[in-house]
Design a binder for this molecule. Structure first.
Ligand code: NDP
Length: 298
């Protein structure tokens, strides 16, 4: 049976370290890390994510600002707010919760965030730095960064000689994940909906990352014995066994079968999920250190 990778515990460790770094910054006379989170509209899932980010920011001792804007906010109004926050020295990280209402160009909004406050790592400057292997100065997207930390816990920092397969090529998970694995010396293959014979490809993976958004798609017989399996997927499916109208969360990996074969595996929930917010806090404290002219904390 595979070792279960406890993302909740690792995330708590990351948040604990961020808290210490935040306190140390304050003690040096620099301003507290400031994180601004912007939400437009009433999407209930987004509201849960945003309040959880704001709550963790406060827990870390940050100056935490939440802008909750009505669904009919114009693109110009949102760009104006971002412009103001870019100029605000008390704010070191700006996060715009996606998705945005369809009348707003999300790409334009993300690219309006100053790259040195882009703690989500979606600005082209940070995308380019990650692609170029400039890991010392890039802000890396939080979900792949958190997944990488979990992989390091199992395999160490240098992954030389290992084959990694990333299933999914999105800009927020799949592609940055592939770049991180490449930077750690893996041989990386990125699979997607047009990939032929995905099960056979997945079976070559010493490290298998599933970021697809399809409940339990990756089966146990897709997993190489001893592989490290990272399940990024968060899917809500009906659970009639729990009662009428009930649901439960599952990943992109069929956990029971995969856990029989893998060496280590992340559960859903409790694996990658908690890491995302923790890494957002880590990116924000890093931004505050850099803004204060200090070295990037390791
Ligand atoms: P996207 O929908 O943006 O990307 C999904 C990717 O999966 C695409 O590249 C797509 O290929 C590929 N894909 C879809 N179907 C198949 C298939 N049958 N075989 C192979 N590849 C396939 O999703 P995200 O990257 O944003 O998210 C992926 C999952 O991770 C979701 O479940 C999401 O909820 C979760 N997630 C979790 C986070 C966390 O905090 N834990 C944060 C972000 C996401 P193609 O490009 O060809 O269409």
């Amino acid at each position: 049976m595979a070792d279960v990778i406890d993302g909740k515990k690792v995330a708590e460790e990351v948040v604990g370290k961020v808290k210490t770094l935040s306190g140390a910054l304050h003690a040096k006379g620099a301003s507290r890390p400031g994180l601004a989170v912007v939400i437009v509209g009433e999407d209930p899932a987004s509201q849960v994510y945003v309040s959880s980010k704001s709550r963790t920011a406060k827990e870390c001792g940050f100056h935490s600002v939440q802008h909750t804007l009505p669904a009919d906010t114009t693109e110009d109004e949102l760009l104006g707010l971002i412009h103001d926050m870019n100029a605000d020295h008390a704010i070191h990280g700006i996060l715009v919760q996606l998705p945005l209402p369809s009348h707003i160009d999300a790409g334009k909004v993300i690219q309006a965030i100053a790259p040195d406050k882009d703690v989500d790592g979606f600005h082209f400057v940070n995308v380019g730095k990650l692609g170029a292997g400039e890991m010392e100065t890039a802000f890396v997207p939080c979900t792949p960064a958190g997944s990488m930390l979990l992989i390091e816990r199992v395999r160490g920092k240098d992954l030389s000689g290992l084959n990694a397969v990333v299933v999914g090529r999105s800009n927020i998970v799949g592609k940055p994940m592939a770049n991180l694995l490449l930077a750690a010396n893996c041989t990386v293959t990125v699979a997607h909906s047009r990939t032929k014979d995905l099960p056979a490809l997945a079976r070559t993976a010493d490290i298998l990352v599933a970021a697809v958004g399809r409940p339990e798609m990756v089966k146990g017989d897709w997993v190489k014995p001893g592989a490290t399996v990272i399940d990024v997927g968060i899917n809500r499916i009906p659970a009639p066994d729990k009662g009428p109208g009930k649901s439960r969360l599952v990943g992109d990996v069929a956990y029971e079968g995969a856990a029989q074969v893998a060496g280590a595996i992340t559960p859903v929930p409790g694996g990658v999920g908690p890491m995302t917010i923790a890494m957002l806090m880590a990116n924000t404290v890093t931004s505050a250190y850099l803004a204060a002219g200090l070295d990037r904390p390791s």
